[in-house]
Design a protein around this ligand. Sequence first.
Ligand code: PMP
Length: 352
Amino acid sequence: MKMWEKNIRRVVPYVPGDQPSGDRLIKLNTNENPYPPAPGVEKALREMDYDRLRKYPDPAARALTGSLAEYYGVGTDQVFVGVGSDDVLAMAFLTFFNSSKPVLFPDVTYSFYKVWAELFGIPYETPALDDDFRICGADYYRENGGVIFPNPNAPTGLLLGLDQVEDIVWHNQDVVVIVDEAYIDFGGDSALPLLERYENLLVVQTFSKARSMAGMRIGFAIGNPSLIRALNDVKYSYNSYTMNMPSLVLGAESVKDERYFRNTVAKIVDTRERAKSRLRRLGFSFPDSMSNFIFARHETAPASELFEALKERQIYVRYFAQPRLENYLRITIGTDEEMEELYHFLEDYLKR
Ligand code: PMP
């Protein structure tokens, strides 16, 4: 090994789902929304002032933090935005998990948590989900350097009730607790109302799922002003201009159209509930998802083989070759038409 190579930081990166290209494929592998963003977003994109690209964007991202503050009924000093919730979560790890005690998150969860902990040298422990893939609140009662979990959890789709979330926050008032609500709009109660009682709570959400804007990369955190100030201090020590101008304009535009947002979410929830009965009839079982995906295993067909067969037919789902997960497929809820094609393929395949 050359001398200079010894100084290179070696990391095992997070592996995002495939982004295959092609017209005819059915993409159910990265929990994107199958419907377009709100019509106002398209209009604003077409009318965007091209000359504004010459200038730096507002480093405080006020157009977006302002509209989110208004929408959620919080102060503008309670909102932080970033380049997708991945950026917000990475900043939050760096800002709040600065203890020699381990940060706690579930063993089966969003796999990026472990990557950030490793990258930033944060000690961590991963309490196991129970046999039904549920988070056990009591695992989080011990001393720790911070807590983070998604609600609903990924890739299981299982939701904790607000009382269970509060129980975990209540037991951890000496550290920052982050609730990652990437999928909360598909059927859960947000922890946002708890902010009034817990100044150590940070709620993180995204525009990538329910708002159909994964390509724009917008995420945000809401918490008490001192947490948001600390996040901003870290952000300004790293990159002042994380949010580009189009993201600020188009994100704010999306927040204006509540009706479109509700309708789109309702369509996906309907399709998900139908998917549950169709998949069950085909011999699949799964935790009862409250997100925009279903984490399913088949009674006889091995998931790895199903995954390959689906891919051959240009239907992409997500497969995790990991202990406990290797017999499951994570299937994003697409349009009704896309889901019909999936069921038809599965019917034929499983008959063989
Ligand atoms: N949290 C969870 C639980 C997720 O599944 C995802 C999506 N990969 C994210 C956060 C990050 O999403 P984004 O960066 O697109 O906001």
